[in-house]
Design a protein around this ligand. Sequence first.
Ligand code: 13P
Ligand code: SF4
Length: 332
Amino acid sequence: MTEAVDNVQKVGFLDVAIDPTLDLFAEIEKLKKEKNAIVLAHYYQESDIQDVADYIGDSLGLARKAQDTQADMIVFAGVHFMAETAKILNPDKKVVLPDLHAGCSLSDSCPPALFKRFKEQYPDHLVISYINCSAGIKALSDIICTSSNAQKIVESLPLDQKIIFAPDKNLGGFINKQTGRNMLLWNGACMVHEIFSLEKITKLKVRHPEAKFIAHPECEEAVLAIADFIGSTTQLLQYAETNPAKEFIVGTETGILHQMMKNAPDKTFIPAPPNNSCACNDCPHMKLNTLEKLYLCMKYELPELLMDEELRIAAKKPIDRMLQLSDELGIK
Ligand code: 13P
Ligand code: SF4
C-alpha cells in the first residue's frame, strides 16, 4: 500500500486492489460525508460516475460550482484542465482527481512556450482562450471562455478589437462565422470532435428524416454546417429535452447520452458515428476515470492536484474575468 501511495503521482492513479463485494456507490456516499467532499463530474464521464456525482455540468457550470462550493475537498471527475481550474479558484481546498493522466488533446495542441512566441508577434491583440487549455496558456490569456459563453463574450468586445483565439480552431472558426469577426485562430483541435464522419451522419439523416442533428462547436465546419442546433453540452441537453422532435443524432462525446436518456426517456438518441470502425465516439482521456479510481482517490485523497502559486495567480485573472463577464451578460 505504501509503495502504491508513494508512486501515485508517477503512475497517475492509485493501483490498489478493491474488494469486489464492496458497494462502491455506498462507500463513496460515506466518504463524501466523512470528508465534507463534493464530487463534480463532466457529462462525458461514464454513467456510474455521473450517477454518484453531486453536480454534473459543462465546463462553465463546473467552474461556477467549483467557485461556490463550501466543501473541504473537491473530487473532480473530468480531465486535468478542469481539475486545474477548480484548484486555481480554490487554493485552500484539496482537489483530487481519479486519474492524474486524464489529459486533453485540445489542451495538448497548444504548448505555452510556442503560444507565447505566437502571441508576441501580435502585441495589439487581446487573447481569448477556450477553457480547454493548460494553466500555462490561461496565464498568457486575457479572458477565458467556454462553449457556453464564447460567442457572447466575443460580441461584448468592441468591433475593432483585434483578437487571438486559442486553442480550438473549430470553436474559433464557428464564433468568427457567427459574429462576422476575423479572430486569429490557433491551430488546435479536439481528437474526439474532429473525427465525426460527415458521410455517415448524412446517411443517418436520410434514414431518420425527422431526427434533429445536434452538434458541439468543437466539431469541424463541414459537420456544423449540417447541424440543426449547435451548443455546449448543457445547451445540447436542454435543446434535446425541450425540442418537440422525438429523435436526435448527437454530435458530441457519447457520455452525454446518459443524461439525455434520463431527462427524456421517451426520445431516441443516436450517437453520431466517427470515421473509423467504432459506432460511438468516446474521449479516451475522460474515460480513463472509473468508479473504482474515484473511490480510491476519495479514500486516500490522492492523486492531488498541486500548483505553483505564481502560475495559479496569473491563470486566475482571465478565469475571474470570464466569470464576471458571464454574470454581467446574463449567461446561465
Ligand atoms: P462543454 O461541456 O463545456 O461544452 O465542453 C465540452 C468538452 O469538450 C469538454 O472537454
Ligand atoms: Fe479534450 Fe476533446 Fe476529450 Fe474534451 S472531448 S477532454 S476537448 S479531447
